[in-house]
Write a protein that binds this ligand. Structure first.
Ligand code: CU
Length: 334
């Protein structure tokens, strides 16, 4: 059983016990209920991940936006003094992204991609991020979440230097990291950010899990964005829609990293989604089809599509959508 599935199976059994009111009741009854549930649930909720062509363009990134979509970095697991430590590698550098056929853009990034890796840990684990700055500029990794001052990532790490950020993964939710060198608008606008997911101790129910990070590009340094993107490359998911299956739960981790614009909304066509604000709850806060996010705001959105076909998703500031932050789901018959 994979690490992910292990979390999920634990989460499911506990959730089901709570739903059936069996928490705190006899262990035997709980165990029987749990087994029955697992059988029932495992039959009906095997998550199918659609086939993705392996020749999609990467546009200068180390991976394509489609790969970033379902790519979670669980780090390397270590046991130290009876504790689980999850160790991640992060290298800052510059690389040229091809934002469209006519526009190369020098990005500053982590591990050769914009957004950087989606780091993922479980609440309560120790997180260790070994950050090496291979870029000519000073950078940092400032994480959101709760941690001591020395791990806050505001002290510059110069070219050729390594800094180790270490803290406990808390609280569970959807978080982020970004460079905190001034002007931060520039360091974020150049691409130095990524998502940091802390799973709740019991996990969440099985779903096709997707990461979408909205970013903006200020091409001419006028403190306004000329282009926008989901997962780094403008209009990528317009040209290569995201395959998902009909009637299957999609769990979308969405983050707004657009600088200069005060906020961006996120909207999906022909459907509603349940919102878990900042991923800080296990039950939804609301159901809607458009949500407003300030810079660095992020949520979990859950939905499934009842009808096959193609459906757009985009910020409902249509100027942002029309300048690259536009994609489609391709809902495949199940
Ligand atoms: Cu930086």
């Amino acid at each position: 059983m994979s690490f992910e599935n292990l979390w999920r199976s634990k989460g499911l059994s506990r959730r089901q016990l709570l739903q059936w009111g069996l928490a705190g009741v006899g262990t035997l009854a709980a165990a029987v209920a749990c087994q029955q549930f697992r059988r029932q649930f495992s039959d009906s909720t095997i998550i199918k991940i659609p086939q993705i062509p392996d020749d999609l363009p990467t546009s200068g990134s180390s991976v394509s936006p489609m790969t970033i979509l379902r790519d979670f970095d669980y780090g390397v697991l270590k046991q130290e003094n009876g504790r689980t430590v999850r160790e991640f590698q992060a290298v800052a550098n510059s690389s040229t992204l091809q934002l469209n056929s006519a526009l190369p853009f020098v990005s500053w990034n982590i591990n050769g991609r914009v957004p950087g890796p989606t780091f993922r840990a479980k609440e309560g684990e120790r997180v260790r991020v070994i950050f090496y700055n291979d870029d000519g500029h000073s950078h940092t990794m400032h994480f959101h979440g709760i941690h001591p001052a020395e791990a806050d990532g505001v002290k510059p790490v110069r070219h050729g230097k390594t800094f180790v950020y270490e803290f406990d993964a808390e609280p569970y939710g959807v978080h982020l990291y970004h460079c905190h060198i001034a002007p931060v608008t520039r360091h974020i606008g150049k691409g130095l950010y990524g998502m940091f997911i802390v799973d709740p101790p019991g996990g969440r129910p099985p779903a096709d899990e997707l990461v979408l990070v909205m970013g903006g590009y200020d091409i001419d340094n006028d403190r306004q964005n000329e282009l926008y993107a989901f997962n780094g490359i403008p209009n990528f998911f317009r040209d290569y829609p995201i395959p998902i299956y009909q009637n299957q739960l999609v769990r979308l981790y969405v983050l707004n990293m657009i600088e200069f614009d005060p906020a961006a909304t996120f909207h999906i066509h022909a459907n509603m989604f349940r919102v878990y604000r900042t991923g800080r709850t296990l039950t939804p806060n609301e159901e809607t089809d458009v949500i407003t996010m300030g810079t660095a705001e992020r949520h979990i959105l859950e939905f499934s599509y009842p009808y096959p076909g193609r459906y757009m998703f985009h910020p409902h500031q249509d100027l942002i959508a029309e300048h690259g932050c536009l994609g489609e789901f391709d809902v495949l018959p199940s």
